[in-house]
Design a protein around this ligand. Structure first.
Ligand code: TPP
Ligand code: MG
Length: 608
């Protein structure tokens, strides 16, 4: 056997650099790294040695570097990914939130935190967690519940098995998710005679599992028996690359569609069978269909509470649920009739068996009416007062096109965008599995790295911006342009509304309602400018529109700050969302809200 003598870290990065996609690109595009004693000498030396083949980028925070990696993988529909490495201790635990985000959204990321010494010689090394009763525990064990594969590399030969397992998970369409290879600091530097064949180029194919014959026949029978079916399009449609198949399926059989946050943009909004969104942030016309549907056909959706209105939305008597999903876990939810398969394959097979079967027209007039209502909400204001979030969305909508991607994660904007935004196919990127404040700026950077030809618009509230913004400096340094629309309503507007909606007093959400000695005044223009971005303050919706146009040709990020009104909600669509209200309170408003809450919970269907 021919061998090559390398450190474990050198072998790891060499192996990663030859894992390829079917299109002939590296599966791992590059490595985000912040070094510390846990990875600088071992992995750091190895990454330097391979930097012309496998690039390394330096960010400002481990969590947000991982957000960029996640957005990159999502934009590539899980066909490509990035790695993120940190030192041991705080650098590693900073990444745990991002790992959870990737886990919920089922997106691949390779986490490589440094770990304590395998030989235990210097114990306790700086930043080592000492468990009094368990010598095998380190800070990296925090990753275990939030990754799909965990391994601790404590001998150089471990990577021979760990790395293929890691890539298998990241390229598995059903179990896809983050992976953690906790890499002991001393092991990174240890040499070993690796078989040369271990470093042969490998192409990773993403399989498309076929449906079981019985489940397929039953799915076809259920659809044929239905009168008012409704398709709920989830993110799985996009990851399967089934967008056109789904559109053709809907058109051939005349079945209306609604899209979840993860599924939005699978089909162009202009398709007349596209009825917007269902549930808590659903369109009026979409929720009307959801209430009448006798068969709800979920395609690649995990039926998150926003989609189902906490299971109150699909409310027709005797309605059935058919769940087409790559994973049996999602396919079997709520007693659904399961069809476990790849979305594209399943839709093609079902359509083949349905033949020319067509359903009656859905309520197209309700769809037209919906667009008229929301046109009015998104129109530029002609009165005085601060603009609403809907008016900001209108301005962005009017100044973007087919080549744009609008993105967001938390705050007022995700719900408002879900209900109002008219997404071109592929033009919507929402992290709403974890809805993690602070995903936005780094996520926008990751999208632009994956799709440089796209015009990326990052919508971010003042609260999310304050939570994590420092990758703005990274984007400036790396010459990655995107447009940030920062809506400054001086606090956590959406949670303030939720608080009031549950009978609470305005407390601890808007900055003015929070404990303070000095009133808060955050100069976002100066803040973003200090990191090198182009920054403007838009005094009106009209000025926002001008600045959006100007930003299109920029070579670095542009931040447009606009003051908005924190009080109004979207103003259209939506349903109840289960947020538990206190059973007893000294506040009359809470007791009143509790009554409404108890009434609403009666509409939930807890079992099929
Ligand atoms: C990391 C994290 N912490 C807390 C929350 C809960 N949360 C959701 S939205 C929100 C406030 C967002 O404020 P801002 O970004 O200013 O948006 P606004 O609603 O004011 O437009 C909070 C605290 C969250 N989603 N993520
Ligand atoms: Mg805010």
């Amino acid at each position: 056997m021919t061998t090559i003598r390398l450190t474990a870290a050198q072998a790891m990065v060499k192996w990663l650099s030859v894992q390829m996609t079917e299109e002939g690109e590296r599966f791992i595009e590059g490595v985000w790294a912040i070094f510390g004693h846990g990875n600088v000498a071992g992995l750091g030396e190895a990454l330097h040695g391979i930097k012309d083949t496998l690039p390394t980028w330096r960010g400002h925070n481990e969590q947000t570097m991982a957000h960029a990696a996640i957005a990159f993988a999502k934009t590539h529909k899980r066909r490509r990914a990035m790695a993120v490495t940190s030192s041991i201790g705080p650098g590693a635990t900073n990444m745990v939130t991002a790992a959870a985000l990737a886990h919920v959204n089922r997106l691949p990321v390779l986490f490589i935190p440094g770990d304590v010494f395998a030989n235990r010689a210097p114990d306790p090394v700086l930043q080592q967690i000492e468990d009094f009763d368990d010598a095998t525990v380190s800070a990296n064990d925090c990753f275990r519940p939030v990754v799909r594969y965990f391994d601790r590399i404590s001998r150089p030969e471990h990577i021979l098995t760990a790395l293929p397992r890691a890539l298998r998970v990241m390229t598995d369409p059903a179990n896809c998710g983050p992976v953690c290879l906790a890499f002991c600091q001393d092991t990174q530097t240890e040499a070993y005679d690796y078989p040369v064949e271990f470093f042969a180029t490998k192409v990773w194919h993403i399989r498309r599992p076929e449906p079981d014959a019985r489940e397929l026949a039953e799915a076809v029978a259920a659809i044929k028996a239905a009168k008012n079916p409704l398709i709920v399009t989830g993110g799985g449609v996009i990851y399967s690359g089934a967008e056109a198949t789904l559109r053709d399926f809907a058109q051939r059989h005349n079945i209306p569609m609604v899209e979840t946050q993860a599924g939005k943009g699978a089909v162009d909004w202009q398709d007349k069978l596209h009825f917007g969104s269902p549930g808590v942030t659903g369109t009026g016309c979409g929720n009307k269909l959801a209430a009448e549907a006798d068969l709800v056909i979920g395609v690649g959706t995990r039926f998150q509470d926003f989609t189902t209105g906490s299971w109150t939305v699909f409310s027709a008597p005797n309605r059935k649920l058919l769940s087409i999903n790559i994973h049996g876990y999602d396919a079997a939810k709520r007693g659904a009739q399961s069809l476990v398969a790849d979305a594209k394959v399943a839709l093609e097979k079902i359509s083949g068996s349905l033949g020319d079967h067509r359903f009656a027209d859905p309520d197209f007039a309700a769809r037209d009416q919906w667009f008229q209502t929301t046109d009015a909400l998104m129109a530029a204001p002609n009165g005085v007062g601060l603009p609403t979030d809907a008016q900001v969305i209108g301005a962005v909508q009017r100044n973007t096109g087919q080549d744009s991607v609008v993105m967001c994660a938390a705050g007022t904007m995700p719900g408002a965008l879900h209900v109002l935004w008219r997404a071109a196919a592929g033009g919507y990127h929402m992290e709403y599995g974890f809805s993690c404040m602070g995903y936005e700026i780094a996520g926008a950077m990751g999208i632009k790295m994956a799709a440089p030809e796209k015009d990326v618009i990052c919508m971010v509230g003042d609260g999310s911006y304050m939570m994590a913004n420092s990758e703005l400096a990274t984007a400036v340094m790396m010459g990655i342009p995107f447009t940030v629309v920062l809506t400054d309503n001086r606090g956590y507007g959406c949670i303030n509304r939720l608080q009031k909606g549950t009978g609470g007093a305005a407390f601890n959400n808007l900055l003015d309602d929070s404990y303070h000695v000095n009133p808060a005044h955050i100069d976002f223009v100066a803040h973003a400018r200090s990191m090198g971005a182009t920054v403007v303050k838009a005094g009106s919706i009209a000025q926002l529109e001008t600045e959006l146009q100007a930003a299109k040709t920029a070579k670095i990020p542009t931040v447009i700050v606009i003051d908005t009104d924190p009080m109004p909600g979207t103003g259209a669509g939506g349903t109840w969302w289960d947020v538990a209200v206190p059973e007893v309170s000294t506040r009359a408003e809470v007791n009143e809200a509790r009554k409404g809450y108890e009434e609403a919970t009666k509409r939930q269907w807890l079992v099929n």
